[in-house]
Design a protein around this ligand. Structure first.
Ligand code: URA
Length: 260
C-alpha cells in the first residue's frame, strides 16, 4: 500500500486536525510498531505498520471521494426500499462505506459528492460554515431586479428564520404557449445559496410566486461539476479538487471562512 506521512495518517483517521496530530506526535503520544515516534513526517505503510495513539491502535481505512452527476429519479441515500440510490450508481470497485454529502431532491440533477470521510462531510454540511452551492434552474415566470433584491435580502419561506442572502442571476426569459391558448413566461437562472434547507430553492421561488421546473447543482464550495460526466456517471476527485475542498474545510474549521 502507498506510504503516507504519520500526521496525515492520523488526521485522515480523524484523530485531530493536521496541527493537533503534529502536537500529539511531538509530545510522544504516538507509537509506530511499538516505538515512540516524534517526527510527523515519518512515513507509514498503512497495510503493514501498526500505529497507536495513547496506546490505542488507530487502524487505517482508505478515504475515497467521488463526484457524481446525479440523474433525476434517484434518491440521495445509501439504501432505499423503493427507489434507486445514488450509491448504487458508483462502480463496483468503489468502497461500500460511501455516503452522499447532503441531499439533492429526487427530481434534481447534478453535482453530488460521495465519500467515507465523515469529518469532511461534516465540515461541508455544517450550517455554521455556509459553503456556497450554485444551481442552474428553469423556472416559470420572469424574475427581475425585485426578485434579485428579495433573494439578496433573505426570504421568508415558512421557517423560523429568513434565508441567508442568496444571489440570483437571470440568464434569459422567453414567452411560450401555455397549452391553454395563452402565453406564459419561462426563465433560466443561476442561483447561489449558502445553506441547504429542505427543498430550499423550490421554496424560495414559491415565495415569489414562481415554480422551479428543472434544477441542477453546478458547484459546491470549490467543487465544479465536470461537464464530461453524463447524468448517472461518477469519477474520483482529482488531487487538486480534493486539496481545494480540504482547504475550505480547514479555513472554516479555523473560523476564517467568509460567509457565502
Ligand atoms: N433546493 C431544492 O429545492 N432542491 C434541491 O434538490 C436542492 C436545493
Amino acid at each position: 500500500m502507498k506510504k503516507l506521512r504519520l500526521d496525515k495518517y492520523l488526521s485522515d483517521m480523524q484523530a485531530g486536525t493536521r496541527s493537533e496530530v503534529k502536537q500529539m506526535i511531538r509530545k510522544g503520544r504516538v507509537c509506530l510498531n511499538g516505538e515512540t515516534v516524534r517526527s510527523p513526517e515519518q512515513k507509514v505503510d498503512p497495510g503493514e505498520d501498526t500505529v497507536t495513539l495513547d496506546g490505542n491502535a488507530v487502524g487505517y481505512v482508505a478515504l475515497e471521494y467521488w463526484m457524481l452527476n446525479k440523474p433525476q429519479g434517484v434518491v440521495s441515500a445509501t439504501e432505499d426500499r423503493r427507489d434507486r440510490t445514488v450509491v448504487s450508481l458508483l462502480p463496483d470497485a468503489a468502497r461500500k462505506d460511501l455516503f452522499p454529502v447532503g441531499r439533492l431532491d429526487k427530481d434534481t440533477e447534478g453535482l453530488l459528492l460521495l465519500t467515507n470521510d465523515g469529518a469532511l462531510a461534516h465540515a461541508l454540511l455544517s450550517p455554521k460554515r455556509h459553503v456556497d452551492k450554485t444551481y442552474y434552474a428553469v423556472i416559470s415566470g420572469k424574475p427581475g431586479q425585485r426578485e434579485q433584491e428579495l433573494f439578496a435580502d433573505g426570504l421568508d419561506i415558512g421557517d423560523e428564520k429568513k434565508t441567508l442572502p442568496a444571489r440570483l442571476e437571470i440568464l434569459g426569459s422567453r414567452e411560450e404557449e401555455n397549452g391553454a391558448g395563452g402565453k406564459a413566461w419561462r426563465s433560466e437562472v443561476k442561483i447561489t445559496i449558502r445553506e441547504g434547507r429542505f427543498h430550499q430553492i423550490k421554496r424560495m421561488f414559491e415565495a415569489v410566486d414562481m415554480e422551479v421546473l428543472f434544477l441542477k447543482r453546478l458547484t459546491m464550495g470549490p467543487l465544479v461539476l465536470d461537464e464530461i460526466l453524463e447524468p448517472g456517471q461518477a469519477r474520483l476527485l482529482t488531487e487538486e479538487e480534493l486539496l481545494a475542498l480540504k482547504q475550505t474545510e480547514e479555513q472554516r474549521t479555523d473560523g476564517n471562512g467568509s460567509a457565502g
